[in-house]
Design a protein around this ligand. Structure first.
Ligand SMILES: Cc1cc2nc3c(=O)[nH]c(=O)nc-3n(C[C@H](O)[C@H](O)[C@H](O)COP(=O)(O)OP(=O)(O)OC[C@H]3O[C@@H](n4cnc5c(N)ncnc54)[C@H](O)[C@@H]3O)c2cc1C
Length: 440
């Protein structure tokens, strides 16, 4: 009796059940896939069961965007992502665009607003409205969600090619701590390894590796703050935020990439959008070549030459010049680091040193804050192992993948959720088509 009164998304799994579609993971991608599978089969009676290991659903949606949930960005292209090939990423993003995402949420009762940065948030400024809308949508299309139910194994069932109705037979067995599901279609949306306490602990990689997939290595935190050595002067500026540009280069000086934007000095090193966007590149490049260097331009509107001219033009102390553009604390520290005197002219060599400090302070990064703090994961199942029209695995028929479990990670600004919505849509729609047309 008690279980009948619980909301559908807290249902308990029967110990062994046959369903049309099993979805592993009820995060952004899993909910979106289940909802679209349900929406697209309207008129057909199919069972869609979602399993999630978490005690509380949607932890990552709730913490996203500082509790406001940055649902997407006004402009999303394949160049906002890294990991798999841009052409493959574009193909999936195009199937479910930002406009469709905005419409989807509006239909679900969540109006989105665009901020100056181009980020889109719910007008309520509350991530709860986003999660509630997704759960309500799932319920309204008949999706059942069981949790906590950690999936420990997925295996392929033997296929009897001669059996009658074989195109409807379950192909996969999903073993969870709460029972077993037999399903013809299984969508794995287990996320990556970031914020493991939310339930995304990387166990999904093991599930799909067993079914023949590879995980592109190295698997590293993305969108993660970087740490500097104890005692580094930047750590002493904790709390200071400036617009800056960080550049990653080979030891030869060849530039690999640059990210600009708000940069935050922390008690452990650096954070803020420019550093978060850079982090996955630094970690991956450093893994391949320990000689790569990262440096920061504190006045990105200036080149070495233009700053040098500026320092020569102004008849005031170096600190007096720098503080026109930079916070006092930072201007003072840059002068100290390069030995610039408090008053009087600069010698040529000190001026050169100061220019170098301002436009290219080397960042001796020690490490990163790890998956516990990272917002995403770099690495995962490569898109080459997926059929892009459907998100079905090329390794295991009936298995589909969507979201962060794939080797796609976006920069900061709502791109990772857009990836979850788009890939979830493609997987859910494909499964619905397959179930209703019965061609698979
Ligand atoms: C602090 C923080 C803030 C963020 N803010 C933003 C933001 O504002 N905008 C943005 O675009 N992105 C943001 N992100 C990134 C974004 O949250 C993720 O990219 C996105 O949630 C990935 O969705 P997903 O469904 O693929 O995976 P997840 O959201 O990680 O969901 C995976 C689900 O699978 C379940 N699961 C895992 N393994 C199993 C298993 N073996 N059995 C059963 N269930 C399992 C987990 O419990 C989880 O519920 C943020 C991330 C963090 C950590």
């Amino acid at each position: 009796m008690e279980s009948e009164m619980r909301p559908l998304y807290e249902k308990q799994l029967q110990k062994e059940a046959v369903v049309d579609v099993a979805v592993v993971g009820a995060g952004a991608a899993g909910l979106c896939a289940a909802i679209w599978a349900g929406k697209k089969v309207e008129g057909h009676s199919i069972q869609i069961a979602v399993l999630d290991s978490a005690r509380k659903l949607g932890a990552k949606i709730l913490v996203a965007g500082g509790g406001r949930c940055n649902v997407t960005h006004c402009q999303v292209t394949e160049h906002d992502f890294a990991g798999s090939s841009p052409a493959a990423i574009r193909k999936i993003l195009r199937r479910f665009s930002v406009e469709q995402t905005v419409q989807f949420f509006a239909d679900a009762g969540v109006k989105l607003k665009q901020e100056e940065t181009g980020k889109l948030f719910p007008v309520s400024d509350s991530a709860r409205t986003v999660l509630k809308a997704l759960l309500d949508q799932a319920q309204s299309v008949g999706v059942s969600i069981t949790h906590p139910a950690r999936v420990t194994d997925i295996d392929q069932l033997p296929c009897n090619a001669l059996a009658k109705g074989r195109d409807k037979q379950p192909r996969l067995r999903v073993v969870s701590e709460d029972g077993v599901l037999l399903a013809r279609h299984v969508i794995v949306c287990t996320g990556g390894k970031s914020l493991p306490k939310s339930g995304s602990d990387g166990s999904g990689y093991r599930l799909v590796e067993k079914l023949g997939h590879t995980i592109s290595k190295p698997l590293v935190p993305a969108l993660v703050p970087l740490t500097l050595a104890d005692g580094h002067w930047i750590r002493g500026l904790s709390g200071l935020t400036v617009p800056a540009a960080v550049t990653l280069s080979k030891a030869s000086g060849k530039r690999i990439c640059t990210y600009s934007g708000s940069t935050l000095c922390t008690h452990l090193g650096l954070s803020g959008p420019s550093i978060l966007d850079m982090s996955r590149h630094w970690l991956i490049e450093r893994n391949a070549d320990s000689n790569v260097c990262l440096n920061i331009n504190w006045m990105p509107e200036h080149s070495e030459k233009s700053l040098d001219d500026l320092l020569q033009e102004h008849r005031m102390s170096a600190f007096g010049v720098l503080r026109r553009w930079l916070p006092d604390r930072l201007a003072r520290q840059l002068c100290i680091e390069s030995g610039a005197p408090d008053a009087g002219d600069l010698t040529r060599s000190i001026r050169k040193k100061l220019v170098q400090s301002v436009t290219a302070t080397p960042l001796p990064v020690q490490g990163d804050r790890g998956f516990a703090v990272a917002e995403a994961t770099a690495g995962g199942v490569p898109l080459e192992e997926i059929q892009l029209e459907t998100m079905e695995s090329r390794k295991c028929p009936g298995l589909y993948l969507a979201g962060e479990v794939l080797d796609v990670d976006g920069r900061i600004g709502g791109f990772n959720f857009q990836w979850a919505w788009s890939s979830g849509f493609v997987a859910g729609s494909a499964v619905a088509k397959s179930v209703t047309v019965g061609n698979n």
